[in-house]
Design a protein around this ligand. Structure first.
Ligand SMILES: [Zn+2]
Length: 193
């Protein structure tokens, strides 16, 4: 199997990858906001990012909407080194309609692309429950997705319901991100959007 063709979503815990803190992921989200001109007023334009911005940033990007048959029980998969993302048709349609869960699925895949390009998976160990979260490819993708979909300086003063309504995210994602931002603020101002 070619290194580049390995898929990132085969394992619950993903792969062991270089450590990355929550704060670094918030900083990455902020850079992405600048790249897409997002000001944090409404839902983050996650489809615009993968369909329009990725092809510009990466030169060539294959964002593919595929049948359920092709992906089996997966909702999406990303090949960061090849600049390819496949999203299941029903998930894509739901994301177009603003469905929170579908948006987070695409946010997760986009985060693998942003964070995990260039990592040689052939050398990467499969992660397991003993690995610190910040070294797990899946934790990093979920945490970056949360950071992208919920601008940190905006959500601290909002209720969970308000975060869900304004940013089109699930309740569990809103709770996780609000707690994460609260924790970060204990270490100083979060000077982002
Ligand atoms: Zn993943």
């Amino acid at each position: 199997m070619k290194i580049n063709s390995q898929n990132w979503d085969q394992h619950d815990y993903g792969y062991e990858v270089p450590a990355c803190s929550r704060r670094e992921l918030l900083e990455i989200a902020n850079s992405v906001y600048k790249a897409v001109g997002y000001k944090g007023e409404g839902p983050f334009p996650i489809l615009h990012l993968v369909e329009k911005v990725f092809p510009v940033v990466y030169g060539k990007y294959d964002f593919m909407v595929v049948s359920g048959k092709e992906l089996g029980n997966k909702m999406g998969e990303t090949f960061p080194n090849e600049h390819v993302m496949k999203i299941r048709e029903d998930i894509y349609d739901a994301a177009c309609a603003g469905n929170a869960f579908a948006r987070s699925t695409i946010g997760h895949e986009a985060s693998h692309q942003i964070k995990h390009e260039g990592i040689q998976l052939v050398f990467a160990r499969k992660a397991n429950r003993d690995l610190p979260a910040y070294k797990s490819s899946e934790w990093q993708a979920n945490a970056l997705s949360g950071a992208l979909l919920m601008p940190c300086s905006k959500i601290s003063s909002l209720s969970i319901d308000e975060i869900c309504d304004r940013y089109k995210v699930t309740r569990s994602a809103a709770k996780t991100q609000k707690n994460a931002v609260k924790n970060e603020m204990r270490y100083g101002v979060v000077p982002f959007l």
